[in-house]
Ligand binder design. Sequence first.
Ligand code: ADP
Ligand code: MG
Length: 334
Amino acid sequence: MIKLSDIGEFGLIKRFSRQFLQDIPGKYTGIGDDCAVIPVNEKEVLLVTTDMLIEGSHFMRNKISAFDLGQKSLMVNVSDIAAMGGTPRSAYLSIGLTTETDVKWIDDFFKGIRHVCQEYNMFLLGGDTTRSHDRLVINFAVIGAGIPQKIKRRSSAVPGDIICINDYIGDSGGGLQVLLNDLPQDKDSKYLIKRHNVPRANIREGKWLSGWKEVHAMMDVSDGIESDIHRIMESSEVGAEIDLDKVPLSEELRRTAEKYKWNAHELGASGGEDYCLMVTISEKNPDKIIKEYEKEFKKPLYKIGRITESKGDLIFRYAGKLTGLAKHGWDHFK
Ligand code: ADP
Ligand code: MG
C-alpha cells in the first residue's frame, strides 16, 4: 500500500491532476498555478482560487481572534489573485460550525471578512453554511479579473532570470513558533504573531509587477521559499540557486531568533504563510525594475537568487558557499 504520507500533498496533486489536465482547452490554465485562468474575451480573463482552513490544522481557535481569522481566511485567497497580477472581485464562503459556537464570535469573524472586502473593494456574494461536529472549517473561493496579456504564471521562468521577493520572510513562521510554544509576548513577538495571524495580500504590487514584460514568472509564497521555488522550477522546467544570506529578515525576527536560538535564515526559507510575492525577472536589466519598484512602493524588491538551466536542481548558498537546509517547506501530509 502506498500511503498518502509517502507521496505528500504535491505528489497527490500531480497523481490525480494529469488525467484532468489533458482535457483542459489550451486557453485555460488549470491545476498547477495560484489561480485558474478562464478566458472571457480579448480584454479580460477570470481568475478563480479557493483555499480551506481547518481548526487544529491551520489555526487554533484560542490563538487567533475571530476578527483576525475572518481577515486571514479571505486574505490568503486574495493573495492568490495578487500572485497572477489580477484584481479580486467577489468572494464565496463555505463554513462548517459546531452548535456550541458563540454567536458573538461569528459576528466578529464576519466583521474581519467585511474589513478585507472593503479594503480590496470586493463583495461577499454567496457560500454555504453547515454543521460541523467537532471543529470549525472555513473555505473561501475568490473570483478576480485580469488582463490576458499581463497575467503572470509559474511556468514562465527562464534560465538566467533573477529571483526576487517583495517583503521580509519568516516572520509568520516565527509568529507560529511563539504561539505554539506559548513564548512571552513582548513587542517583537507581538509583531511576529500579527504577521502570522493577519497576512497582507499584495494586490497593488502584483498588478504593478504584471505590467512589465521583463517580469517572467510570479507566485505568492505560501509554503516557504524552498517549497514554492520548486513549484516554479517544475512548471518552468528549470533549476534555481538561492542565496540564503540575501533572504530579507525583519529586525524583529532576527532579535527573537537570537533570543530563542532559532535559525532565522532557515525559518525564512522553509517557514510558510508569508504571502509575499516571488518573481523572476529577465537578467537583462533587473535593476531598472527594482529601482522603479522602490520608487513606486517606497520599499525594496529583494534579489535572492537566480534561475538555472539545471532542471529540477535547487542549490542553497550562504555567503557564496554551498549549504543544505535541515527543514523543508510545508506539506500537509508529510
Ligand atoms: P496555492 O498554495 O497557491 O493555493 P496549492 O499549492 O494549494 O496552491 O495548490 C497547487 C495547485 O493545485 C493549485 O493550482 C490548486 O488549484 C490545485 N489543487 C490543489 N488541490 C486540488 C484539488 N483537490 N482539486 C483540484 N485542484 C487542486
Ligand atoms: Mg498561491
